[in-house]
Write a protein that binds this ligand. Structure first.
Ligand code: DER
Length: 234
């Protein structure tokens, strides 16, 4: 339906514009990236490209293997040309909320190793301000023993509500690819929160591994629109 078509065309444009022979590409996580990996596999096959793919999650690793793409990692490829990834929400400053799929930590690490972070998203992710459309809160990966004190400190600093993300097909909390828990922080929308300082403050709380706030990292966003066109930012 139109949402998948929007994801597909955004993914296709991004892959066609940012992948060339001998590229080392970070592969993001989620549902939109599936369209990007499909397009990448098409191009590698038809153009006989030599491309190394570095995953940002177990899901991304499976995608790379299933599509018979060349699997790399940060030990052998610590400097990437480009990371292509999805987002849960993009604001007017290209600050992202990521982590809806629970993969934010490796995504942020791989994104930080790339010359460019290219985001692909359908039109529902494009917001003026964070929280306009994405209502599940900002994901924060925490070391399991610390989830209660971290929740308390976040609420003390900034207010809002913090919930421990529970697994769906397993009793108890969701456990990430790194063996940690995730807190979802529904931040207060009536304050004008300064995302760079919010991100730094939360990241410094002992027990916090990473936040799903990607500040100042985005190079370009490809939004798939309902009419079948793609809107890009620079
Ligand atoms: O969990 C993540 O960070 C994903 O990249 C998420 O932000 C986008 O997932 P989607 O493409 O399935 O919406």
């Amino acid at each position: 339906e139109s949402l998948n078509e929007a994801k597909r065309i955004a993914a296709r444009r991004a892959i066609d514009e940012h992948v060339e022979d001998n590229s080392v590409i970070g592969i993001g996580s989620g549902s939109t990236i599936v369209f990007a990996v499909t397009r990448l596999a098409e191009r590698v096959k038809s153009e006989k490209l030599n491309v190394i793919c570095v995953p940002t999650s177990f899901q991304a690793r499976q995608l790379i293997i299933e599509n018979k793409l060349c699997l790399g990692d940060l030990e052998t490829h610590p400097e990437l040309d480009c990371t292509v990834d999805g987002a849960d929400e993009v604001d007017r400053d290209l600050t992202l909320i990521k982590g809806g799929g629970g993969c934010l930590t490796q995504e942020k690490i791989v994104a930080s190793c790339a010359k460019k972070l290219v985001i692909i998203a359908d039109y529902t992710k494009k917001s003026e301000r964070l929280g306009d459309q994405y209502k599940k809160g900002i994901p924060i990966e925490v070391i399991p023993i610390a989830y209660v004190p971290v929740s308390i400190k976040i609420r003390e600093h900034f207010g809002g509500n913090v919930t421990l993300r529970m697994a769906k097909m397993k009793a108890g909390p969701l456990v990430t690819d790194n063996g940690n828990f995730i807190l979802d922080w529904n931040f207060p929308t009536d304050k004008n929160l300064d995302w760079p300082s919010v991100n730094e403050t939360i990241t410094m709380i002992p027990g916090v591994v990473e936040t799903g706030l990607f500040v100042g990292m985005t190079s370009k966003v490809y939004f798939g629109l309902p009419d079948g066109s793609v809107k890009t930012t620079e």
